[in-house]
Design a protein around this ligand. Structure first.
Ligand code: HH2
Length: 291
């Protein structure tokens, strides 16, 4: 396969406030990088599908944050509510109790921090506590756009059909690629109009999608990555990786996840969201050199 996309392509995200590693630009601060970067997953939940309960104490979460950064993560994505298929929602107070102590502690670390939440009030409090980016798996609705715009935060807009509790029951699309990419383009335009400084776009692997839907989106990724907004991909340890590889245990799906992430990077993804940062950074470096 000949890569259609420059592996050294420069990507950037703009912010309305200073962000570690970002440069001052006329209308704010710009974080930029070359080639596919890595977002490390830091779930502080009891029930996430692969790492639930592993970072329950502040000390354990900070140790994991340090390990992810040392392994080469550009961004840490902190989540206090599992959105795995079948997950029960948690209230904002519970989610905030989980994420605020770690965000406050990490805000002195010179690291780019993302808050993975569906709730505007959690996003606002996390940004006030030191987070820089909002990762919203529900696609950045009007209230979340307002929070990001008013505080100058960049955002990740992810596509999900339905809601976590029931999204994998019977996902259905006419044309999955047109519908998902169309949704992301529309929400990106709405975010820009509302004043959100920058967006990442994410097709949302496994969020109301069958194996065939996930594969169709990955195969068509260049349609989205050819456009200016950077694209984020999150396949790490997901069910479809297990189905394709025949591996049951999520924690043993890193090699299969890596195959999907390398393919996404080759198709122009700007960032991959992963559990195993070290393995991913190593492989991306080799792939970029070879390309
Ligand atoms: N996947 C998960 C959570 N947040 N955010 C984006 N932008 N893209 C994703 O693919 C994505 C996401 C689910 O994975 P994980 O955080 O490992 O599990 P859980 O939701 O059970 O905490």
């Amino acid at each position: 396969m000949t890569p259609s996309i420059d592996p050294e392509r420069r990507f950037s995200l703009n912010f309305g406030f200073p962000v570690p590693g970002a440069e001052r630009v006329p209308d704010g601060w710009q974080l930029s990088w070359r080639g596919c970067a890595v977002m490390g997953i830091l779930n502080v939940t009891p029930d996430s599908f692969s790492d639930g309960g592993q970072h329950a104490t502040l000390a354990a979460a900070l140790a994991q944050a340090r390990a992810l950064l040392e392994a080469g993560a550009l961004v840490l994505d902190i989540g206090g509510e599992s959105t795995r298929p079948g997950a029960e929602p948690v209230d904002a107070a519970t989610e905030l109790d989980r994420v605020l102590p770690i965000i406050r502690a990490l805000s002195g670390w010179n690291a780019v921090l993302s808050i993975d939440t569906l709730k505007p009030e959690v996003a606002r409090a996390a940004l006030d506590a030191g987070a820089h980016l909002v990762n919203d798996v529900s696609g950045l609705g009007a209230e979340m756009r307002q929070v990001c715009a008013s505080l100058g935060a960049a955002a990740c807009i992810m596509h999900m059909q339905g809601e976590p509790r029931s999204m994998q029951h019977r996902p259905q699309y006419g044309d999955v690629v047109a519908e998902v990419f169309g949704f992301l383009r529309e929400r990106a335009a709405q975010a820009r109009a509302a004043g959100v400084p920058s967006v990442l776009l994410d097709p949302g692997f496994g969020f109301g999608k069958t194996l065939a839907h996930n594969l169709a989106l990955l195969r068509a990724l260049e349609e989205l990555t050819r456009e200016p907004d950077p694209v984020l991909i999150g396949a790490s340890r997901k069910k479809f990786i297990g189905t394709l590889s025949g591996v049951d245990l999520p924690s043993e799906r890193d090699a299969g996840s890596l195959a999907a992430h390398l393919d996404a990077a080759r198709r122009g993804a700007a960032m991959v969201r992963v559990h195993d940062v070290s393995m991913t950074v190593q492989a991306l470096r080799v792939q970029a050199a070879v390309l």
